[in-house]
Design a protein around this ligand. Sequence first.
Ligand SMILES: [Zn+2]
Ligand SMILES: [Zn+2]
Length: 345
Amino acid sequence: MRACVIHGVEDLRLEERPSEPLGERGVRVRVRAGGICGSDLHYYYEGRVGNFVIKEPLIPGHEFSGEVAEVGPAVQRVKPGDRVAVNPGRSCGHCEFCRRGEINLCANVFFMGSASKFPHMQGGFREAVAVEESQCTTVPAKVPFTTIAFAEPLSVALHAIRLAGPLVGKRVLVSGAGPIGLLIVMAARHVGAQSVTSVDIVAATLRAAKQVGATNTINLREAPDALKDLAASHNGFDVVIEASGAPAALESAINVAKRGGTIVQVGTLPHGGVTAPLNLVMAKELTLKGAMRFGVEFDWAVELLTSGALDVGPLLTGEFPAERAAQAFALARDRNAGLKVMLTF
Ligand SMILES: [Zn+2]
Ligand SMILES: [Zn+2]
């Protein structure tokens, strides 16, 4: 079984790995498509994501879909041949957080393709992977594997939106027009936001934002004051969802949020910490929330993708066989050319 393995900074190898044993409730998935995420790029180009540092070879990848190849004797919900979306997170089910339904905060979560624990949790960029039945959601055979592989990033977007509260009639600012920011734009329109303004510093990403439904786009590199001016015209934004992870974007979010407004931080900020005008959080009574991964939103995402309610087609900018993984990572990093780039196995 071939696997993409990161050994260190810009050292990615395609290696032969033994296939894993299958438990009673295990499902062997023949992986077909896997999306390259910002965190995969950080692992590959920097050897770390925020506070998570690569300390042993890591198979990246947590956004993937495939076909069921084999099931354990106790598996009931899926069978060989089924097309599945795979939830890369497996929560323990018995900690304080799981018991109250906040499975994304599980103290013992196993999240694939992550170096947050040692030994690292190996990911899905490989020909086949053993997961639990509970991680698999079947989808109709007509839905392309690449579409299904958007389930994980769309879940992240939906979780951030859910934490922002009802968006109907709200003026929403989405900062950062990478894949997560763009999925947030789409989903925010879908749930009834009055306006969705997308800001970034790369023109190509803002063209995509327009394409997926942003009501306004602002290129902060070309028009640094445009966001402040727009915010001033209507007392600021009810909701800001910060998906870029840039310290300046968090500062700006605090400045342009309306009094009593809500900011959701979903982008990963630099690990050294940031300075921000937090006094305004007090003075404007802002609510500042973090959004980490997702819970029940995974099933919502699969439904939105399989029903066609959200069309993620414009976000897919490349598909590469695993042999060309390095090229795929380079395109995914190039914000002028790539949005979501996928590996196929
Ligand atoms: Zn991701
Ligand atoms: Zn738990």
